[in-house]
Design a protein around this ligand. Sequence first.
Ligand code: NDP
Length: 400
Amino acid sequence: MGKALIIGCGGVASVAIAKCCQNSEVFTEIMIASRTLSKCDALKEKLQPTTKTIIHTRKVDADKVPELVAIMEEFKPDVCLNLALPYQDLTIMDACLATKTPYVDTANYEPLDTAKFEYKWQWAYHDRFKEAGITALLGSGFDPGVTGVFSAYALKHQFDEINYIDILDCNGGDHGYPFATNFNPEINIREVSAKGSYWEDGKWVETEPMEIKRVYNFDQVGEKDMYLLHHEELESLGKNIPGIKRIRFFMTFGQSYLTHLKCLENVGMTSIEPVIYEGHEIVPLQFLKFMLPDPATLGPRTVGKTNIGCIFKGKKDGKEKKYYLYNVCDHQECYKEVGSQAISYTTGVPAMIGAMLIMNGTWKRPGVYNIEEFDPDPFMDALNKWGLPWIEDFNPVEVE
Ligand code: NDP
């Protein structure tokens, strides 16, 4: 059916690419373009004998628009799936505009030097994408991503009005290291060491980092401590779900992770301010990333399950209603299937699905849109088909 250009070849991209190769009727040709060509070539070598999808590879510096444009002009992709880092979102969107290529990503733009992720930079591209007649789909991972699709599905099929959403992201996996992050350490640590916030009555309420703690008993995982974080989908859901009064995001963390993080913070290792060390400028957080285990290597040693989903509260036919939609994913099952742990898997599968729906024209809407602005039904069907089946609970325990 079509050609996809995939930028990046890290943990999430490896899963999305494996899934494109399983779906070769839709993804007839893909090009993997990333900073380190040897990683792209190694993945091609592993996957090409297993698939009819024709795989090409290229080296690209995605910070440079002309390099991206040259690859797009040569390959003529039907969609560009951005699985590099949030810092590259705008250059990749610029290249898509220049070549009229539809765009999909999983994380919103964040300037390298400010640790502040917001949609405003990408939403500012809306008119240009609309005029060019191409669709940009923002946030097609799990959270953001599936959480937005779940919200659109709940609104379409279960509620007349949704007033409260609690997004619960539980990783019950154990990789055996005292401290490691499940996806890119720099992005992960920037996220969890920032102040928390939630959306209430049309405005942000800010908290200290990890100030709000709750305990929740997750299906197939058990009881876990979870903490309120700021998360990017709060911003788009606050805008796109009519009648919403409050949206919160909680993520589980073990005590060992928090103790290590506090210690690293206290000694300045999580800072993004450059320092001069023996005549060289280094960014402490980037050095820390270098020292930590590569998330892509956690697959074989991670056991346990993730449970990620949304608890909705609102009204249906004039009555109060609660509804919980979630997915449970087993780290070792993911590893057996695609050689990655569940965090990369739960992001890479929705990334493939988003790219598929844009490429086959199921979702076509010139402009820049968040995932909850599209019809959720085809995405929900695809989740069941491609490895992330969802579970419904009509009487969930609420979070205080
Ligand atoms: P990784 O660090 O494993 O992979 C990033 C890839 O991008 C690497 O292959 C890297 O190259 C490549 N890259 C970085 N900079 C450039 C550049 N300038 N030019 C070309 N390639 C570049 O990260 P993850 O796979 O863990 O995460 C990928 C994305 O997914 C991130 O944006 C992350 O925020 C997002 N994410 C979203 C989630 C969701 O649920 N929505 C959950 C988890 C992650 P190299 O191999 O040389 O390092």
